[in-house]
Ligand binder design. Structure first.
Ligand code: SF4
Length: 374
């Protein structure tokens, strides 16, 4: 059986946040129709092959807008159509302000065993700026309720380098986060995406972003702070307590196979990648007509596969030398010998018998290191 991860995109949101470029829509009228389409799509792919599902991830959008019954309906459909490993990591993204304790208990009871909470910041002014629907208290309450509901694996998302964010505000965010019963933090610098309201505000001169050097300072502070508090950095933007890496994301970063279902989702199998329509209407229409909603696809050649593998591996747990040579041969190491030796000697990279892995110092200049690899 081929091992895979499954991603389910739930595109519904209460409101569009100013910085967001994920595909999401502000309606709940079509939720049941969408779930029916998802089930058809899941069924279509299950008959193609024998798959063993290692992880399931509900992302969005705001999956926690769905009821536990609706999520369970999708999960049951996956279990009916695929072999799912016992205790497979099953994550739901959740926004504070969309769940109470009972709903979290219900999620836990349908065997969701990991929760990722979109806090972004605990600072009230920053929450207002980002136009999030929650406040600091509901963010804290959601994390505490997740623990009460029985979640032992809790992630929290935070964004740094917001306009006007002082080092002190960011420090307070990190301090608040680690006071809570979490096992994982994903922390990203604010990215200005084209087509967002924030982008227009910046172009109109209504918002001024902070510069790259300040961004690098905050990132360096974050790595230092979290590692001193016992979190392990296992990817450029991801930190966890020992044993709590997100297995679903690790599968992406280790270039493993995954199937994505729903609007805008991507899939990757062997050397083929395809992606669905980013439109609820187009998705549902296509599924009704032909049970798939693929907008386009690409076949990666061996060089493209090698480059992706290197980029993903260097940003996370490193290049597994034996696995890499089995897949792509030794040319990469020969081509880059001088550069690799140099960055090892400068302390950016560690070489063991098994891995080439970036150090904490290496993560700070990861993009520069990647650009210089041939
Ligand atoms: S809740 Fe998340 S997905 Fe929805 S608009 Fe805000 S950032 Fe985007």
């Amino acid at each position: 059986m081929k091992k895979i991860s499954i991603y389910i995109h739930i595109p519904f949101c209460r409101h569009k946040c100013i910085y967001c470029d994920f595909y999401s829509i502000i309606t709940d009228e079509s939720i049941n129709e969408y779930i029916a389409a998802l089930c058809q799509e899941i069924e279509y792919y299950s008959v193609q092959n024998n798959y063993e599902v290692e992880t399931i991830y509900f992302g969005g959008g705001t999956p926690s807008l769905l009821s536990a019954n609706q999520i369970e309906n999708i999960l049951n459909h996956i279990r009916k159509n695929f072999y799912v490993q016992p205790n497979a990591e099953t994550t739901i993204e959740t926004n504070p302000g969309t769940v109470d304790l009972q709903k979290l208990i219900d999620f836990r009871q349908i065997e969701i065993n990991r929760i990722s909470i979109g806090v972004q910041t605990f600072d009230e002014n920053e929450l207002k700026f980002l136009t999030r629907i929650h406040d600091k208290n509901s963010a804290v309450e959601t994390v505490l309720n997740a623990e009460k509901a029985g979640f032992a694996n809790i992630n929290l998302d935070l964004i740094f380098n917001l306009p006007g964010q002082t080092k002190n505000i960011w420090k307070q965010n990190l301090e608040k986060a680690i006071e809570l019963p979490i096992t994982h933090i994903s922390t990203y610098s604010l990215i200005l995406e084209r087509g967002t309201i924030l982008n227009k505000m910046v172009l109109d001169g209504k918002v001024v972003l902070q510069d790259d050097d300040y961004d690098a300072d905050l990132y360096e502070y974050t790595i230092d702070f979290l590692t001193k508090k016992g979190f392990i950095q296992y990817e450029v933007s991801n930190f966890c307590k020992s044993g709590f890496e997100c297995l679903h994301n690790l599968n992406y970063w280790q270039h493993k196979n995954y199937l994505g279902f729903g609007t805008s989702s991507h899939s990757f199998l062997d050397n083929k990648r395809w992606w669905n329509y980013s439109s609820l209407k187009m998705y549902i229409e296509n599924i009704k007509r032909k049970k798939t909603a693929v907008r386009s696809f690409e076949i990666l050649n061996i060089n493209e596969l090698e480059q992706e593998y290197i980029m993903l591996a260097m940003r996370s747990k490193g290049i597994n030398i034996k696995e890499f040579i089995n897949k792509f041969g030794e040319d990469f190491f020969i081509r880059n010998k001088n550069h690799l030796d140099e960055i090892v000697s400068k302390g950016y990279l560690i070489q063991t018998d098994e891995f080439f892995r970036l150090t904490q110092k290496g993560f700070l200049v990861c993009d520069e290191i990647l650009i210089n690899l041939k």
